[in-house]
Design a binder for this molecule. Structure first.
Ligand SMILES: Cc1cc2nc3c(=O)[nH]c(=O)nc-3n(C[C@H](O)[C@H](O)[C@H](O)COP(=O)(O)OP(=O)(O)OC[C@H]3O[C@@H](n4cnc5c(N)ncnc54)[C@H](O)[C@@H]3O)c2cc1C
Length: 415
């Protein structure tokens, strides 16, 4: 299979590793057998692999490149329970009860990630943070207020901030904002490696540089994956965690919109962060939205400017216009933060067409599952998937599975 280029530019996260990360041998042309095989070694695949291995299920992950080298390397590491689709918009679409079930699952996934990261031996820079969700324009205030009211009425930890409140905490103002508590930031690259190290200790096998090119099912319902090097893996079940490359499934099941997005990371700032209240993560109501966060080494990450088509921009000169725009936006909001851009990238970014992730069984093939981290909250979805898939494998029927399954009504009704 041809490898899709998922990002271009200079990636920040690999530079944060204090020592070379662990690499894993390819499968080569060997034949091996496992209970579960996971295709894809990004955030989704490694989180799932970690869950299954620590629960005693003999599992292998096959990754065509290196783990954490796909879209997960472009991830800017904001972990939020609020989604690209507002709770109130989701409630209009699928009903309030189900929308709240999903939002609560996002909030629980962050708590789960918090305790999971506590248990890891290696660092992944997970830190609890609050977020400032700003109205981009005056016209957005009523819908943001409605969102606040719905979140508040369902017990989410939120505050409404007036322009005065915003100005008292930041060097800029806006016409209104929701402050959400219970969010977090993480270093996605280090998180994947820390999870992989831990999972390998618990029995997970990882094969890097191993491209699964064919999947067949025998009459006895055993799954066979063949790799480009002539290796084969047989397993009771297969989990596809292939990110934005679900070529074989696209037309039938994965109804997504693929775009490209941009992010920059500045040099460490010399100015004080006192004017950046509690280093909150910042985003806005505009779609596509801009977002910002800080890093432990006093840099600022700014991302957004999503546009068509999905292919990342190859030429640095062509990316320059977007890089300057992101940097200008930072300086407008934080005039003292003048450190120049140190890293910048362009990457494919996928969203599902109904705003919910794709997690669950293949409706037509037994023991085939999907864990696809689409959407700006992909990490939260991957965490959710890890628990959900384990429950499904155990034969349970969690209500959330019904909401996120690939043949759900909200997707089937979309052409
Ligand atoms: C610019 C940008 C910023 C983002 N910011 C955030 C953020 O702040 N917070 C957040 O939660 N999410 C964010 N996301 C989304 C997040 O990056 C994704 O949710 C996440 O990367 C998805 O992980 P994944 O494991 O599903 O995909 P990937 O990381 O792409 O992993 C899939 C892997 O599967 C492998 N693969 C595919 N096919 C095969 C095959 N046939 N055989 C073997 N291997 C195969 C690929 O090589 C790849 O490594 C952002 C995304 C982008 C692009």
């Amino acid at each position: 299979m041809t490898r899709k280029q998922l990002h271009t530019g200079s990636m920040y996260w690999p530079s944060t590793a204090s020592q070379p990360v662990q690499s894993y041998e390819p499968l080569g042309n060997r034949h091996v057998q496992y209970d579960s095989v996971i295709v894809g070694g990004g955030m989704s695949g490694i989180l799932c692999g970690h869950e299954l291995a620590t629960k005693g299920i003999r599992t292998a992950v096959v990754e065509r490149g290196t783990i954490a080298g796909g879209s997960s390397c472009a991830n800017t590491g904001l972990i939020q329970f609020t989604n690209d689709i507002m709770l109130s918009e989701l409630a209009d679409r699928i009903g309030e009860e189900r929308a709240v079930l999903f939002y609560k699952a996002c909030s629980d996934a962050i708590k789960h990630l918090s305790s999971l990261t506590d248990s890891l031996a290696s660092r992944c820079d997970f830190k609890h943070r609050s977020s400032l969700y700003m109205a981009t324009t005056e016209q957005d205030v009523p819908k943001l207020k409605r969102e606040f009211q719905m979140l508040n009425s369902h017990g989410f930890d939120v505050e409404w901030w007036t322009p005065h409140d915003i100005q008292a905490h930041f060097p800029f103002t806006k016409t209104g904002a929701i402050v959400t508590h219970g969010d977090a930031e993480v270093n996605p690259f280090l998180l994947i490696h820390a999870l992989a190290d831990d999972a390998v200790n618990a029995g997970l096998t990882i094969y890097e540089h191993t491209d699964a090119i064919r999947h067949t099912t025998s009459k006895t319902e055993e799954h066979l994956l063949t790799t480009s090097d002539g290796g084969t893996i047989t397993a009771e079940r297969v989990i596809f965690a292939v990110g934005y490359e679900p070529e074989e499934l696209r037309t039938q099941l994965v109804k997504s919109n693929l775009n490209r997005s941009f992010a920059i990371v500045t040099e460490p700032q010399t100015a004080s962060f006192e004017a950046w209240h509690e280093r909150m993560m910042i985003w806005e109501t505009a779609r596509p939205y801009l977002y910002m966060r800080t890093t432990p080494d006093n840099r600022i990450i700014i991302g957004g400017l999503d546009e068509e088509p999905p292919q990342p921009i190859e030429s640095a000169a062509a990316r320059n216009k977007r890089i300057s725009k992101l940097h200008d936006r930072l300086e407008q909001m934080f005039p003292a933060m003048t450190a120049p851009t140190a890293y910048e990238w362009s990457a494919t970014f996928g969203e599902s067409r109904d705003g919910l992730p794709f997690i669950g069984r293949d409706p037509a093939r037994r023991n085939v599952y999907y864990c696809l981290g689409y959407g700006g909250n992909g990490t939260v979805y991957s965490v959710m998937a890890r628990q959900l898939l384990y429950e499904l494998i155990q034969g349970q029927a969690p209500p959330l599975a019904e909401l996120l399954k690939l043949d759900r009504p909200s997707l089937l009704s979309i052409p």
